[in-house]
Ligand binder design. Sequence first.
Ligand SMILES: Nc1nc2c(c(=O)[nH]1)N[C@H]1C(S)=C(S)[C@@H](COP(=O)(O)O)O[C@H]1N2
Ligand SMILES: [Mo]
Length: 392
Amino acid sequence: MPSTRREFLYSSILIGTATLTNGSIGLSSLLNQLDPVKDGKLVAVLPFFSEGRAGIGKITGEGLNGRLALDLSKLDAKTLITSNNDFYIRTRLPGLLDLNETWRLNIHGLVNSRLSFTVSELQPLVKPMGVHLLECSGNNKGRGLGLISSANWSGIPVIDILNKIDISPKSTRVLISGFDEHSQKILRRTSSTPGASWIFSFEDLESSGAFFATEMNGKSLPPDHGSPIRLVMPGWYGCSCIKWVNEIKLVNDREKPTSQMREYASRTHQNGTPRLAKDFQPAIIDQTAMPIRIEQWLVDNTIEYRIIGILWGGQRPTNNLMIKFNFGQQYQPVESYNHNTNKTWTLWTHTWQPLNSGSYDIQLKIDDSSIRTRRLDNGYYIRTVKIDKAKL
Ligand SMILES: Nc1nc2c(c(=O)[nH]1)N[C@H]1C(S)=C(S)[C@@H](COP(=O)(O)O)O[C@H]1N2
Ligand SMILES: [Mo]
């Protein structure tokens, strides 16, 4: 598209701002991000119905109550790597943690000799780890489903550390713990339990490509994201990605699940709360998709909608994404996307011309029974939009 055409489109978007109705998202903030692929004029961005905006784009609370949700409505091709300031936060720096003290990673349990590393001793092992997405298993509509982000990480593969340890043959599992002593009072409504640790099999750590992150987007790890060391479990829910890691304990199959594992048992799709850590299933994010922005366009004097969404989780790329706009309707293939990684999210777009006014529940599915999609199947990510034809 010639640049003059582009400029014309951008200026018409600017004029469009004045026509925004209450509850719509400010278009000016989308100006630099929109790719006006359509020959038309963007009129409005519609909000999702019956969702909260708590802590979206603004840090709320401290310590265990601290939260920041990403504003997903602004996500586009240029912001697929979340900046350190925008990356979602679930639990801020614990009040009792003094980052000025020398950090130690202590290794003990079923080992033939204990080990301890300082951060400077670990530094030579740091490598680029690439882009990986994190999502809180408690991601919810109260925060616009914004407890999800993606960053470019550097760190140390967990396997590289395990290889330095003289592990007893009796050990079958690895307990990874982080600092989690908070000075702040725990608010009941956030229903968070202090104490952050998770138990993994050696196979979990190896096959997922688990690593101890020390850098996020080329900067040392920010305090709220687990400075100086946090675990990243690629493809697993955020609750297993322990921050402020200070302890590795080699354990066996008799080890009980940690309080964090029990707290998150249902959100990580366990069958009840298993009595032993070994009976927990990997906290893997299944293949998932949801809409993030509903754009209203004027094209050749007719209103049409462009839905922007994301596809994330899963173990292998798919081209079987389907969409429907209410129960009872037929699913149809999503128009445009190129899914080639499961490490981070992929944008998709779909044009939609609803025939009637009303409320539409946008639901997605993967038309491939060999791909597990538990949260798509149970409707977790259905989002609702209200179309009012009289207002056009
Ligand atoms: N020490 C510690 N680590 C923790 C938590 C915590 O409360 N304490 N929360 C976990 C949860 S539930 C999530 S979703 C991720 C969030 O990481 P982020 O805040 O860097 O996005 O950290 C995990 N690691
Ligand atoms: Mo989480």
